[in-house]
Write a protein that binds this ligand. Structure first.
Ligand code: HEM
Length: 431
């Protein structure tokens, strides 16, 4: 008997939103009466119960952050759309009041920003330097090489066999995500393993702070070397593009080129890995849809679409600070106050998605966008790439390994810490 409660059992009926557990309710009140944020997922990948409660009772409310500061939490789909498109709100992390979620974030906010943390017009100018690398046509041209990467990794897994369970993160999810973006950046093949290793130390959360920071520096130094090399030997890759179009004519400086390439290297890596792992587990939680996908791998695009709604793997990034006083949901948000747009909550809003807590790749989709890749001008620049990678993985994996099984019961899958973005840190499989 699995201890993991299917998410569909958190029914979306109006009355169910009040079925919040006592533990969650307790976590919602601090001595000052303001709930602490981030909330914790109750189990596995299930969104925090507080979100459903707030959607029903107080959709624009105050929360208390790690350092005792307060920010506004926005949990309804329509209000989140409004936050993420409101030009009176800023994404500049160095503005007082920007809601940071930990000390590391506060330190990062002091560094020179990349376009992720800029507002118009700087944001568009800087994002525009790399955007066409991720255009629909460019991604279609990459499709065969991504398919080849997935096929090669699966060939290796099959060749090595699986006498013992194999960690899908190490053998498939991490290399697919890393090798693809490294190929775009122009990292030479012989350095792929070194870089993937350094990137894993930097972001997997199990290394010491010193080791993670050393790995971060090693990656920056490595990219610096590559930038210098491309000044004298440009070719068709993304670093060469930055060098020839921006650095050499003097539009940006060497450290800007390094930071932007570094952003590409790390921005989506952990999220890609998490989405691949979450996709595999979600299929085992929904065996009928797994059987359908095995029979018809062409269902992969609708599966991926629903996956990114159901699991919002990068939900804590969508934060802003008010530049002027605004009104939202009947509340006044003052200039200098922080706002967190809880996209994970918006993706489970019953006003927009019918039975939002049920995973249903066949669901009818309206014009409303899910927030899997964000919304508005800061929407994921690599959305097309991410979708394509996921579609290729899920149209190929169960064709090549039709007997793939999880090597641990569903209730023993190792998820990211409950107050962090949803993810899976390791996933042993057999086939
Ligand atoms: C399934 C995988 C991915 C998901 C779910 C995802 C999700 C997101 C989300 C939700 C945002 C919006 C953040 C915000 O509003 O602050 C975002 C932005 C961004 N993503 Fe992704 N992402 C994925 C893959 C990638 C990949 C592979 C890359 C790198 C090549 C990438 C690079 C970026 C960048 C640079 C931004 C900032 C865009 C801007 O501020 O203009 N993402 N992503």
């Amino acid at each position: 008997m699995l201890a993991f409660r299917p998410i569909s059992s958190l029914s979306s009926s109006k009355s169910s939103v009040f079925r919040i557990s006592k533990t969650a309710l307790k976590s919602m009140s601090t001595t000052a009466g303001t709930p602490k944020f981030p909330f914790s997922r109750p189990r596995g990948a299930e969104p925090a119960e507080e979100y459903a409660h707030l959607r029903a009772t107080d959709p624009v409310s105050k929360v208390e952050l790690w350092d005792g500061s307060q920010a506004w939490l926005v949990v309804k789909h329509k209000d989140i759309c409004s936050v993420l498109t409101d030009e009176r709100l800023s994404k500049q992390r160095n503005r007082p009041g920007f809601p940071e979620l930990d000390q590391g974030g506060k330190e990062a906010a002091k560094r020179k920003p990349t376009f992720v943390d800029m507002d118009k017009p700087d944001h568009m100018k800087s994002r525009g330097m790399i955007e066409d690398i991720f255009s629909r046509e460019a991604i279609e041209r990459m499709r065969p090489s991504i398919q080849n990467t997935v096929d090669t990794l699966l060939d290796e897994m099959i060749k090595d066999g699986c006498k013992n369970p194999v960690d899908v993160v190490e053998k498939l999810a991490l290399p697919v995500a890393s090798y693809t973006i490294y190929g775009i950046l122009g990292v030479p093949f012989e350095d792929l393993k070194f870089l993937t290793h350094q990137a894993a130390i930097r972001s997997n959360g199990s290394a010491t702070a010193t080791a993670a920071s050393q790995a971060n520096q090693d990656l920056l130094d490595y990219i610096g070397g590559l930038v210098d090399k491309r000044v004298s030997e440009p070719n068709g890759d993304l670093i060469s593009k930055l060098v020839t179009e921006q650095l050499v004519p003097g539009h940006i400086q060497r450290d800007d080129a390094i930071q932007m390439a570094f952003l590409m290297l790390v921005a989506g890596n952990a999220t890609m890995v998490n989405m691949i792992n979450l996709g595999i587990v979600t299929l085992f939680e929904n065996p009928a849809q797994l059987a359908d996908l095995k029979k018809a791998p062409s269902l992969a695009p609708i599966f991926v679409e629903e996956l990114c709604r159901f699991h919002t793997a990068s939900a804590l990034a969508t934060r802003r600070v008010a530049k002027v006083d605004i009104t939202l949901g009947g509340k006044t948000i003052k200039a200098g106050e922080g706002i967190i747009a809880a996209t994970q909550s918006g993706n489970r809003d019953a006003d927009v998605f019918q039975n939002p807590d049920t995973f249903d790749m066949y669901r009818k989709r309206g014009t409303e966008s899910a927030f899997g890749y964000g919304y508005g001008e800061h929407r994921c620049v690599a959305e097309g790439l991410a979708r394509t990678e996921l579609e290729i993985v899920f149209s190929t994996l169960f064709q090549r390994l039709p007997n793939l099984k999880l090597a641990v019961p569903l209730d023993q899958v190792k998820y990211s810490p409950p107050e962090r973005d949803v993810g899976i840190t390791e996933l042993p499989i057999t086939w």
